[in-house]
Design a protein around this ligand. Sequence first.
Ligand SMILES: *Cc1c(COP(=O)(O)O)cnc(C)c1O
Length: 416
Amino acid sequence: MNIKDNLLKIAEKAEKELNEIFMDIDNTAFFNTSKVLSAFKTHRVTDAHFAGTTGYGYNDMGRDTLDKVYAAVFAAEAALVRTGFVSGTHAIAAALFAILNPGDTLLSLVGMPYDTIQTVIGVSGNEHGSLKHYGINFDFVDIDSSGRADLAEIKAKLSKLRPAAVLIQRSKGYSSRETLNIAEIESLCELVKKISPNTVVFVDNCYGEFTEEREPTEVGADIMAGSLIKNPGGGLATTGGYIVGKEELITKAGSRLTAPGIGAEGGASLGQNRLFYQGFFMAPHTTAQALKTAHLAAAIAEKTGFKTHPGSQSKRSDIIQCIELGAPDKIIKFCKGIQSGSPVDSFISPVPYLMPGYEDEVIMAAGTFIQGASIELSADAPMREPYSVFLQGALTYEAGKLGILNAFNEILEDEE
Ligand SMILES: *Cc1c(COP(=O)(O)O)cnc(C)c1O
């Protein structure tokens, strides 16, 4: 890799400035590893759990025990951790259908949800099977001008609508708002329960797992969901998603995932159990690698004149780093750099295209072992103003660092 000398010097300086933050990240990983380890001990995880089932998948001990392990780590009553979830979007959709009935209203508390969730809701269009298709209403409270939750407006809408459920998306996704930290999620949960006690609080936890010491279900969320090819899969889970929360809601989500009557009791694990366990065991550490890579990318971006969200010194509650590159050609070059710095498909050049579920053209760099896994170093950018790239993941900090150096190397060539 032909990294320019001045870029290497910038990276060295950036790392020195991040020393304390890196120590904090290691401490969080240590704490979260102890949570995971004690759940493994409590539920007596053993070799036999790694064997999978076929066919109907009844009595899959490994699968059922893993549900209990997830529930314990996230301090929830029950969990569904399944190969049958295609992705995070699918798990979130199953959770939303578990908590909403025709005629109900879903209220998003922090602006428009993530692009693929908009399709699930039926924000635009009315796809067969969307919430809208089943007569479920949707409303949202926009974020305030500083990019944070608009508490006054949330209070007003909660009192007026008394929605059956609220959606709180922890991570900013592809928007320019701030990611919610756990303390903010805690305040939002308290606010909802105070004004409208029967409203179910759902949290889209994608990208947030293990970035802090507490999770949304520990601070008042009734149910939350996420993707196994992000943080909790630890880079080893081959596919899947999870939902954790109140038992009654998880049972309903099981009916939606499989079929009423089968619920959580069916669904073959097809030999994936060991990878799910091992991935969950690795997840606090892997998340720490991704967090450090995000901080380093922000620090290098700031030193080379780009705006960052969040800033390199800001504490995180997700693994996403947004860098405002300002021009479509810079986005393409940056993504090319990430791709060519990856272990898999390093010879491919990513190009923008229209993906199912997304509103604008998107470019994605992902030279990953698991297709599309964004706990592995990857960069995505919707091709729209202000031309920001969203960077996330890294299975190891070393490879993450090399990947971002390669990306900045591409961009900085412009300016000389
Ligand atoms: C990734 C993501 C999703 C969807 O997850 P997929 O696994 O890509 O389907 C939903 N919400 C947020 C905030 C995400 O980051």
